[in-house]
Design a binder for this molecule. Structure first.
Ligand code: NDP
Ligand code: GDR
Length: 372
């Protein structure tokens, strides 16, 4: 049987890496679009690399960028994909306030460029498209839990760019009959989550504090609430969305929400440490209340969490909680990880990573600090 061919933009990101692995296991030929960078940016997919000089290669990388339609059209023409997963994006909500025009170009118009390429190349009947839409579309709370019919009210340049991508995907489906779908995915995390998203920032810093490599974590709004799932569960749904009989839009979420403060507590609890928070808003601080793990020498009463206003956003999304009933009923969505299992996976991985740094430090080598 002929192998299916998938093209993944954003292949070097968290979801791109897991999805590549997943599709290769399903015997797809996988093509990824990666950006040219001055340093190697393929850490997350290095284990999938295949020497192009060998035979029977099924994982290919192409240089490209969502802001370059000539490049995207040529890659799609060469690859002739059965499925495109458009995962590439400037995906950091806070950074989008600093780079709003670029974010609109990559995240909004980038999606249009892919859809137009399909049309220009006459691939409307062959190529299915998954668009990485987001719970950030909901923004300011209109209704909870959020479903496929909840009105959108984005609260960042990122959310606004993604709303264009959402609607242009719907429009090309309706106007030209493309099999184009939005996955409205709520936050999903993993041990390979980008280091500046709040969960990974916390799991890395907690591990460093436990090992004496760092004193404190500076965070922003601790009251925000997110519906966090595991990226491995969510990339499986991207694939299922494109295997459905009909092109539609789908919410993928766990249905549970947790504050940033409680996520911090869960991470410290994983290493046997109990935290106590005092104060509020910019003056809130977190202290060590008890340490029940003899492996880690953490002083009782030590201040380990503080607020830095620079991590607050000009406009915030206060509460996300998704209702994935449609995906559960029609696609059989059953996540394998709950939040406890996610915290365990991220913390155990980051403790190992930071232990390596500790060996380097003990050996007299300078180690990098990560404060973002
Ligand atoms: P990451 O930030 O980990 O990965 C983003 C990817 O996009 C990277 O490969 C990055 O390349 C690439 N990229 C960024 N800008 C461009 C560009 N102009 N041209 C080509 N490639 C580009 O994101 P995730 O894997 O977490 O998310 C995947 C997608 O899903 C994104 O679109 C995100 O907005 C969306 N999403 C994510 C959710 C989540 O919780 N993770 C939830 C809902 C939606 P490089 O490695 O070079 O930086
Ligand atoms: P989010 O993820 O904005 O939901 O977007 P992020 O982890 O950046 O923020 C979650 C919440 O935590 C609060 N917060 C902090 N955030 C960061 N990054 N750093 C901090 O120090 C900090 N302190 C508090 C934030 O204010 C926010 O409320 C992610 C991205 O993956 C998007 O691409 C995706 O579309 C959405 O999830 C769904």
């Amino acid at each position: 049987m002929q192998k299916k061919v998938a093209l993944i933009t954003g292949v070097t990101g968290q979801d791109g890496a897991y999805l590549s692995e997943f599709l290769l296991k399903k015997n797809y030929e996988v093509h990824g679009v990666k950006r040219r960078a001055s340093l190697f940016n393929t850490d997350r997919i290095d284990h999938l690399y295949q020497d192009p000089h060998e035979e029977n290669i099924n994982f290919f990388l192409h240089y490209g960028d969502l802001t370059d339609s000539t490049n995207l059209t040529r890659i799609i023409q060469e690859v002739q994909p059965d499925e495109i997963y458009n995962l590439a994006a400037m995906s950091h909500v806070h950074v989008s306030f600093e780079t709003p025009e670029y974010t609109a170009n990559a995240d909004g118009l980038g999606t249009l460029r892919i859809l137009e390429a399909i049309r220009i190349l006459g691939l409307e009947k062959k190529t299915k498209i998954y668009q990485a839409s987001t719970s950030e579309l909901y923004g300011k709370v209109q209704e909870v839990p959020q479903t496929e019919t909840t009105p959108f009210y984005p609260r960042s340049p990122y959310g606004v760019a993604k709303i264009y991508a959402y609607w242009i995907t719907v429009n090309y489906r309706e106007a030209y009959g493309l099999f184009a779908c939005n996955g409205i995915l709520f936050n999903h995390e993993s041990p390979i989550r980008g280091e500046t998203f709040v969960t990974r920032k916390i799991t890395r810093a907690t591990s460093r504090i436990a090992l004496g490599l760092q004193d404190k974590i500076y965070l922003g709004n601790l009251n925000a609430q997110r519906d966090w799932g595991h990226a491995k569960d969510y990339i499986r749904m991207m694939w299922m969305i494109l295997q459905a009989d009909k092109a539609e839009d789908w919410v993928i979420a766990t249905g549970k929400t947790t504050s940033i403060r409680d996520f911090v507590k869960m991470c410290f609890s994983y290493i046997g440490v109990e935290l106590e928070f005092k104060g509020s808003d910019s003056n809130e601080k977190g202290y060590i209340k008890a340490c029940n793990n003899p492996e880690f020498q953490i002083e009782i009463g030590k201040e380990v969490i503080a607020i830095d206003d620079k991590y607050y956003r000009p406009t915030e999304v206060d509460l996300l909680i998704g209702d994935a009933t449609k995906a559960k009923e029609k696609l059989g969505w059953v996540p394998e990880y709950d939040l406890d299992a996610l915290v365990k996976d991220m913390m155990s991985s980051d403790i190992k990573l930071m232990q390596k740094q500790q060996y380097l430090k003990d050996g007299g080598y300078k180690i990098k600090n990560y404060f973002e």
